[in-house]
Design a protein around this ligand. Sequence first.
Ligand code: ATP
Length: 357
Amino acid sequence: MTSVLRLESVSHQFDGIRVVDDLTLEIGRGEVVCLLGPSGCGKTTALRIAAGLETLQAGRVLMGDTEVASPDRQIPPEQRGIGLVFQDYALFPHLSVADNVAFGLTEFAKPVQREKALTELRRVGMDSAAEKYPHELSGGQQQRVALARALAPNPHIILLDEPYSGLDSALRAQVRDDVLHLLKESGAATLMVTHDPEEAMFMADRIAVMRDGRIVQHGSPQTLYCYPNSAFVAGFFGEVNSFTGLVRDGHVETPIGQVAAEGVPDGLRATVIMRPEGLRVTTLQAGQSDYTARVMQARLLGRSSLIHLHVQSGENGSMKEWHFHSRMPGIFLPDAGTRLRIEFDLGQIFVFPAQEG
Ligand code: ATP
């Protein structure tokens, strides 16, 4: 892959605290890459360094073959040929929608600017609002205009920072679908920052998961979801059941079954992460008594049902109680108190060395 944007060993400190730590990432033409991570992990700082809005302290930033930032050389943001979209849209309030979009097209004559702005507005379905002002638009409409403005000069690189966070969930789904298709049509290399794993999976060809300034795992959405390399990454892609136990004979005994503890030696503690959708509950048949659970509550979440389960395990005299969640497809709402059998899908269970403390 020839990279259009490359961040190379980038590190950054604020007040002596390192918030981006040796980050290397490259994005090819037509690719959408998401930086995903919890609040404060350094995503926005990395994006701002790529844009040139933050002065680079260590490492380098390349756009194509051109070094645009190194500790002793910085090309200003407006000369980097990038399109920027931030969560607050940042439209100019005193300019009409059409003039906002035409703003970055100064190299063209006025009539051409206007024609190009209208073409771009048509692509985002906002051409009928060309003469309006930003305050007359809804959040979703402003976001589309911000995107049209970023795309109008045909940038090779688009940088998006939480671009949908101001939108309600229905509008967000619509706008991000439109944006994905526009970005793919444009062929630009896109770097997007988000803390929402579903959004990252929706948008990204590749996701880089960040924690404390570092990329902890990097790959396709499918790789990260199916083969997380840590309990942190597994837990970041949705709610999980977590259990820690001692490894004996290559296995961890959990209250709902034995799990192979690959990669964790006997005698050490392992954390077992089980996705709720990997725990299936079935009606108890006569004679089945192993690995059962009592239903505490069941709730319909829409496409699936969430079942809160109460499990007791241990020897007589030292019984312990556990609370697990199972997510079953469709409507499955057993009564509270019902005893069910639990089976698990090994593809949705992950075992890691326990991080004590
Ligand atoms: P969020 O999702 O909440 O926006 P983030 O992952 O994008 O978080 P950053 O905005 O990059 O994180 O911030 C990383 C850390 O750097 C945070 O602890 C933040 O408080 C700190 N920080 C960011 N900008 C500055 C600044 N200009 N001065 C001092 N500290 C800053």
